[in-house]
Design a protein around this ligand. Sequence first.
Ligand code: HEC
Ligand code: HEC
Ligand code: HEC
Ligand code: HEC
Length: 488
Amino acid sequence: MEWSQTLSTILSIIFFFIMIAVIYAQFRKRKSADKNKTLEEFDGIIEKDAPIPRILFIGYFLGFAGAIVYVLLFPGFATWGGFLNWQPKDDAYVGSPVNLDAKIDELVVGKTDKQVFEALIDYEDIVSNGRALFGVNCGACHGRSGDGQHNFPVLSDDDWLYGGSPMDVYTTIHNGREGRMPAWRDVLTEDEIDSLTDYVSNLNSDNFVFNESFNNNCSTCHGEDAKGNQGVGAPNLTDDVWLHGGSKEDIRKNIAQGIDNQMPGFGERLTRNQIMSLTTYIMSLQPDTETLIASNDDDSYLLSRNELPLPSSVSVCTSCHGKDGNSVIPGAPNLAGLKFEYIYNQIHLFDNGNRDNATMKGMVTHLSDQDRVLVAKYYASLNPPEPDNHRPEVPENGVITDPTERMVYQGDWKRAIPACTTCHGERLEGSASFPRLAGQSSVYLVEQFNNWRSGARKGDQGEMMYNVAKKLSSKEIEDLSKYLSELK
Ligand code: HEC
Ligand code: HEC
Ligand code: HEC
Ligand code: HEC
């Protein structure tokens, strides 16, 4: 933006001299005016000629001189800071993310997420940058300093819907949250709702009393002890904090009508570093900042690896596909290294049955489109190392000797099979429509060829892979899968 500041300074200077010239010319022109001369007379009103009063001239002069002194002392002259070297102190102006960006980028390298926040919390300017961002983006709902309001949670106490470790908060800001409680008026009778309202209003953390109706209907989300469940954002009902009002009327209305409360996601609007500043600011508001930071997982490296946080509704995927996208059970593929478009499309294929797999169908049918996008983005953001180039030397006759390597890098034109690398990339690294094959589990790869041959897997555009798979022998499939799984 330097050029625009310089340009506007030059234009201002030109304008300044034009103004001086115009005023000076006016005064000279009017200097010899005769105050006894009548210029015009209309309806008894007489307009006389006169020089411009001296006091106006002095006023202009003082104004111009003041302006010159101001730009010499304070910032205003292009990018020059002025003789006083004045710095803005107001919070609203401290949010210059430009130099903080470099600082944060440097600070995250190689650190766990916990270590990152242990370091960030000590930087005064990062906290105040977070405060400024908070005022602009969050204050309208959460109050200027996070003190909340009806339906919008307080962010400065130790009562959390979704968990208060820095990465819980970071995940909330990045992905957004949706707290949903079903309406009970069609499920329960008026009397049952009344008695549950009484029960819930009198719940007390020191002295929990069992209630059958609560246990049957409410404990799956709010917990058997009614202390809530951060996995689904169900609040603790035994404390005195009421997000949607604590009067009996409010509580009854919420139980009867249900709740749908949304926090928008900021992952698209704010940068990683801005969300980190915001999280640091929210940590700084806590009564027990250090304990909260210490409660973060020891082995998460999301920030330093520039990965996206996993939405809680799909955290179940990690039990088979791993947090880092590397399969933790035999037969489940590695998702790290697959691209967004491919993952998103496969979820769709499992859902509509083109990929016939009961486990995966069960995993994805209930996912909203937003969750599908989030999970696909998450796994696509896990960047495993680029595979090495394994292409073998081509002998004089032009045909690679090893049959498996030949199939991968040259294909088999007699059977009209193009080289696997034509579609899957020179190093089998994959792209948006073609999955990465390098390093994929061999059990899984064999299974896929068999699925195409049996018709259990469809939906590949133009039957590209089906046409390849149907021509391969079982031995070739074994060898190819083993070869591909061992590529690093
Ligand atoms: C349009 C209103 C709105 C805006 C803007 C908004 N939030 Fe929220 N936020 C909510 C609501 C509503 C919830 C509660 C969601 C729920 O009940 O499931 C919430 C929840 C949260 C939570 C989780 C609290 C807990 O107890 O776990 C955090 C943290 C949070 N917001 C931070 C922010 C930050 C930081 C910003 C600005 C970048 C922001 N919010 C902007 C409405 C908003
Ligand atoms: C499917 C999960 C689920 C079930 C089952 C459920 N709740 Fe909820 N409940 C929630 C969630 C999530 C919220 C918070 C909504 C939000 O984000 O604001 C909530 C909020 C509430 C609130 C408002 C709390 C506040 O702070 O204002 C009350 C009261 C409540 N539930 C009572 C009940 C009762 C009574 C039952 C059983 C009849 C029940 N809930 C069953 C998920 C559930
Ligand atoms: C119980 C274990 C399990 C869980 C949990 C699970 N998956 Fe899977 N996933 C599998 C298996 C097994 C396959 C291979 C299916 C096949 O052979 O077609 C698979 C395949 C996939 C594929 C295809 C990858 C490729 O290379 O084509 C995607 C994408 C995927 N899963 C995403 C998810 C998502 C998203 C979730 C969470 C909502 C999830 N999975 C949860 C076991 C699981
Ligand atoms: C004409 C392009 C093309 C060629 C050549 C090709 N593939 Fe594919 N392959 C695809 C496409 C497209 C998909 C994804 C299908 C889908 O979207 O369901 C795919 C998917 C696969 C998968 C499934 C991977 C996963 O994560 O689920 C395997 C395994 C595979 N190819 C192996 C091979 C091998 C081995 C060769 C060489 C013998 C080869 N492909 C040649 C286009 C090709």
